[in-house]
Ligand binder design. Structure first.
Ligand code: PLP
Length: 294
């Protein structure tokens, strides 16, 4: 039997996702002129909702799409009421809207188009990977110079993710022309050396990952030294552990890079400590007593 189409909120109207129609003149279709977010649902509740809404607001401001995002959280909650999903993922996208095709913004401001939908994450593809660790490949960071904006222009990320898949790996880690490793194609990257955790500093060349931010706070709380400094490809052989973080990945140990083992070739001790802290944080939040900023 075919799965029923998930429900979507399309400019506030709830309908089956398969029935949403959008013009080919929407600027997201023509130019990738749109911003997106992806949020995790645990036990039917959107995780780190305020943090995702704050990043959405910032990304929209940066590319000058004018829309009030306050209603979006309400629409997410409404959609989850209409379509209860225990473990899942919320995807949302706001485009500059439909207009005759010109590179510059339309003279008459367009009405942004807004899509939200929720899908269940029943067979979490990473459940086993979190225990065993994953392999990654290195790949040129081909992306533009504003990777801090969560835009739907993801071709550089897609080419990298495809290279990883063809190599039988879970992710590609992106290497800039100067040899700096920025992040994964859809994850943030952390290294561990001599017990200290390192991750690229927040700048225009990486996305400010919501999970990255939580992991930095969890490491601080656990008194694990954390340094926001770039990792480089040349110094990869010196790291004892590597791990990825992201909304769907959560905390994912990396045990191989380009077929060379990382450290012992097993998920590392600090990585496992951080993964346990992440799970503990989610459990506390579900029980009603966790706050990311505390
Ligand atoms: N870096 C990139 C390029 C991403 O696309 C993502 C998520 O999509 C992340 C990092 C992880 O961000 P978050 O923890 O907010 O999911």
């Amino acid at each position: 039997m075919n799965q029923p189409s998930p429900l979507a909120s399309w400019n506030g109207e709830v309908m089956p996702l398969s029935e949403v129609r959008v013009s080919v003149l929407d600027r997201a279709f023509l130019f990738g002129d749109a911003i997106y977010e992806a949020l995790r649902v645990y036990e039917g509740r959107p995780f780190l909702l305020d943090e995702h809404m704050a990043r959405l607001r910032r990304s929209l401001d940066q590319i000058r799409i004018e829309t009030d995002v306050d209603h979006i959280s309400r629409r997410i909650l409404e959609l989850l009421e209409r379509q209860p999903v225990r473990d899942g993922l919320i995807y949302l996208q706001v485009t500059r809207g439909e207009a005759p095709r010109t590179h510059y913004f339309p003279a008459n401001p367009t009405e942004p188009n807004e899509l939200i939908y929720v899908s269940p994450l029943e067979d979490d593809p990473h459940a086993e990977h979190r225990k065993t660790g994953v392999g990654v490949v290195t790949f040129d960071d081909l992306r533009w110079k504003r990777c801090d904006i969560k835009s739907v222009n993801l071709l550089g990320n897609c080419l990298a993710a495809q290279a990883a898949r063809e190599a039988g790996c879970a992710e590609a880690i992106l290497v800039s022309a100067d040899g700096t490793i920025t992040e994964g194609s859809h994850t943030s990257l952390f290294g561990v050396r001599d017990g200290a955790v390192m991750t690229a500093p927040l700048a225009r060349n990486i996305l400010p990952g919501i999970t990255r931010n939580l992991v930095v706070q969890l490491a601080n709380r656990a008194d694990i030294p954390i340094r926001e400094e770039p990792l480089s490809r040349d110094r990869l052989p010196e790291v004892d552990e590597l791990f990825l973080t992201g909304t769907t990945a959560e905390v994912l140990p990396v045990t191989r890079v380009d077929d060379r083992p990382v450290g012992s070739g097993q998920p590392g001790k600090v990585t496992c400590q951080i993964a346990a802290a992440y799970r503990g944080y989610v459990a506390d939040w579900l029980a009603g007593d966790a706050s990311p900023s505390s």
